[in-house]
Design a protein. Structure first.
Length: 219
C-alpha cells in the first residue's frame, strides 16, 4: 500500500517517462517538478525502489517497474477523468482542478471512474491537454516537443502543459492558453530566458518553465 506522497511520485515519474517517450529521468527532474530538495527526492526514490515500484541506475536514472506503471495508469486515468468533469460540468479553472481531483481519485472505485468516463463521452485529454490512458495504459499520441527545444524564428503551438498549480497560475497571469501560437523571438542561454510573441504581446519564459510546455512547430 502506498501513501499519498508515494503515489504522487509514481504519477509524476510516469508523466515524465512514459508519456514523454523517455526510458529514464534524472532525480533532478523530480526535484525541479516538486520544488523539493535533492535529499528529499532521493529518500523517496529509495522507498519506492524498496517496494519494487521503480528502478534506479546510478548515473543513468529512474524508471517505473511494471507494477509501478500499473499503479500510475490507474491513478492518472481517474485523476484526469475527474479533472474533465470538474472543468466542464462545474466550471473549475484549470489551476484549481488538481487538489480536488487528487482527493476524488483515491475515493473512487474503478466502476465509478468508468461510468464517469462514459458519461463524459470518453474524453481523450484532460483540461491541461494531457492524455487519458485507457485501462491498458494506451493513449492518443501527444506532442513531445517542449518550448525549450524550439529555435529562434520558429512558430510553436501550445497543446499541453504539466499539471502544477504554480505553472498554471503563471500561465493565467501571462494569458497563455492551450492552442495559442507563439513565435520564438530570442533564446538567451546566459540568463536562461526565452522571449516569445503572440500577435503583439511579448512573454518572457524561463527555461525551467519552457520545459513544462509542449506542442508542435508550425510549418
Amino acid at each position: 500500500m502506498q501513501n499519498r506522497a508515494e503515489e504522487d511520485y509514481i504519477k509524476v515519474i510516469y508523466e515524465l517517462t512514459v508519456e514523454r517517450e523517455k526510458s529514464m529521468i534524472k532525480s533532478t527532474e523530480l526535484s525541479e517538478y516538486f520544488g523539493f530538495t535533492d535529499q528529499s527526492v532521493n529518500e523517496m526514490i529509495k522507498k519506492l525502489k524498496k517496494k519494487h515500484l521503480l528502478t534506479f541506475l546510478p548515473y543513468k536514472g529512474i524508471s517505473l517497474t511494471q507494477e509501478g506503471k500499473k499503479i500510475a495508469i490507474r491513478m492518472i486515468r481517474a485523476h484526469r477523468i475527474w479533472e474533465v468533469f470538474l472543468a466542464h460540468n462545474l466550471n473549475f479553472t484549470w489551476e484549481n482542478l488538481h487538489e480536488d481531483s487528487e482527493k476524488l481519485e483515491h475515493a473512487s472505485s474503478e466502476k465509478l471512474v468508468e461510468s464517469l468516463y462514459q458519461y463524459l463521452g470518453k474524453p481523450k485529454v484532460c483540461p491541461h491537454g494531457n492524455p487519458i490512458p485507457d485501462l491498458e495504459g494506451q493513449t492518443e499520441k501527444i506532442d513531445q516537443l517542449s518550448l525549450e527545444d524550439v529555435e529562434e524564428g520558429e512558430k510553436f503551438v501550445l497543446t499541453h502543459v504539466l499539471d502544477t498549480k504554480k505553472l498554471l497560475e503563471f500561465l493565467n497571469l501571462e494569458k497563455m492558453n492551450l492552442y495559442d501560437e507563439y513565435l520564438v523571438v530570442q533564446k538567451n542561454q546566459f540568463n536562461q530566458m526565452i522571449e516569445i510573441k503572440k500577435e503583439e504581446t511579448l512573454h518572457f519564459i524561463s527555461f525551467q518553465i519552457a520545459r513544462m510546455l509542449f506542442g508542435y512547430l508550425v510549418v
